[in-house]
Design a protein around this ligand. Structure first.
Ligand SMILES: Cc1cc2nc3c(=O)[nH]c(=O)nc-3n(C[C@H](O)[C@H](O)[C@H](O)COP(=O)(O)OP(=O)(O)OC[C@H]3O[C@@H](n4cnc5c(N)ncnc54)[C@H](O)[C@@H]3O)c2cc1C
Ligand code: SF4
Length: 333
């Protein structure tokens, strides 16, 4: 691994000052915040990330889960994934989030991984992680060998001619259906970004994955109050039962009254260039009877725009079945 400086600021302002001169959260940055390190140090060992300075944010007071005055939840940026998944309020009111986190990685990794780090985890595309290969995301303008190469695990929704990488996070899919807000503090002040606007599609600039600007520090994530009477579920399909990323996953929050769907939030994982909320599926569900035919119709709507690559056309049917089954299981639970 290359050499780098390691700094440990005591407050958020110090951390932001230390990072404000660089791209920070985007590919190729000279300065990186480090939280659990489970993505960043991995990529540094592979020379995919070569920051000159690491700003350790673990001493900042960002490690708490608290109720908000409106009945929602505030989750600090450095709250560990394990602590969040096992938090009693999360298990009771935001079960889809707990399930999604526990479906990811391993117990040891979840003990280190943080809320903000998980939001910003990088793709598992094999070419991105191999510096001997070209890759538009890692080294803009060099090309995308995945399009004609190994793409079985990559995206079918939201891709571009420059990049077909999938967002690998399970937690992000749950955050999408819970309509989380990401709170950011930067050199120009604080702002709140809805989760649906936080990640950006690859377009011609796949090296840029989020709306974060130089020096921006994620301080916390908020969740709105839980929806009374709703059923929630996260379902993850993968090559083996644990310690594996999703080939397709579905997060659902659904409310049914008198046999009809009155509210639905639906998102897919493993298939999108970003965590894939599906307004099409939601529109197809609301007002319809909560039954298998209508759940399948919603899944058809969610995947209508899918563009398969040479090795991953199977994901279209897999994602449809995943979503149909998730909806069916949620309403009968
Ligand atoms: C073997 C393995 C298997 C895995 N399997 C899964 C899986 O099945 N499902 C899944 O969802 N995930 C999986 N993961 C990924 C794991 O969830 C992430 O690595 C983890 O969530 C990242 O969190 P972290 O705190 O360690 O991030 P770090 O590595 O510390 O940081 C990641 C990125 O976020 C930036 N960053 C961190 N905090 C902030 C902040 N507050 N503000 C701004 N920028 C910040 C860093 O600069 C860095 O760019 C796996 C990882 C490994 C190594
Ligand atoms: S899919 Fe994206 S990450 Fe993978 S090789 Fe192509 S540009 Fe790189």
């Amino acid at each position: 691994m290359h050499t780098f400086e390691f700094v440990r600021p005591k407050d958020s302002a110090g951390a932001i000052r230390a990072a404000a001169t660089t791209k920070t959260a985007q590919q190729g940055a000279d300065v990186r915040f480090v939280a659990g390190g489970t993505t960043l140090l991995d990529l540094m060992k592979l020379n995919v990330e070569t920051p000159a300075r690491l700003v350790d944010i673990n001493r900042l007071p960002l490690g708490r889960v608290e109720a908000t005055p409106d009945g929602g939840l505030k989750i600090g940026a450095t709250v560990r994934n394990s602590d969040l998944a096992h938090h009693p309020t999360v298990q009771r009111d935001y079960a889809v989030l707990s399930q999604a986190i526990l479906a990811g990685a391993s117990a040891q990794l979840r003990n280190m991984a943080t809320t903000a780090g998980n939001l910003l985890q990088r793709t598992r595309c094999v070419y991105f992680r191999d510096t001997a290969m070209p890759c538009n995301k890692r080294d803009p303008g060099t090309g995308c060998p995945a399009i004609t190469g190994s793409n079985r695990t990559l995206a079918i929704l939201g891709t571009s001619e420059s990049c077909i990488a999938s967002n690998p996070s399970d937690m992000n899919v749950a955050m999408a259906v819970l309509e989380a807000t990401v709170h950011v503090q930067g050199p120009k002040g604080s702002r709140a970004v809805p989760i649906g606007e936080f990640h950006v599609l690859p377009g011609r600039t796949p090296q840029r994955e989020t709306v974060l600007e130089p020096g921006d520090l994620i301080t916390h994530v908020t969740l709105p109050p839980p929806i009374a009477g709703s059923k929630q579920l996260y379902l993850k399909l993968r090559d083996r039962a644990s310690y594996e990323f999703a080939l397709a996953s579905a997060a659902v929050v659904i409310t049914v009254a008198g046999g009809k769907v009155t509210r639905a939030r639906v998102a897919l994982g493993g298939v999108g260039a970003k965590p894939w909320r599906s307004p099409e599926a939601e529109a197809a569900l609301v007002g319809q009877m909560a039954n298998a035919t209508n759940f399948r119709n919603a899944a058809e709507a969610a995947l209508r725009g899918a563009k398969p690559q040479s090795e991953n056309a199977f994901k279209i049917e897999l994602a449809k079945r995943c979503l149909t089954h998730a909806l069916q299981t949620a309403v009968t639970s």
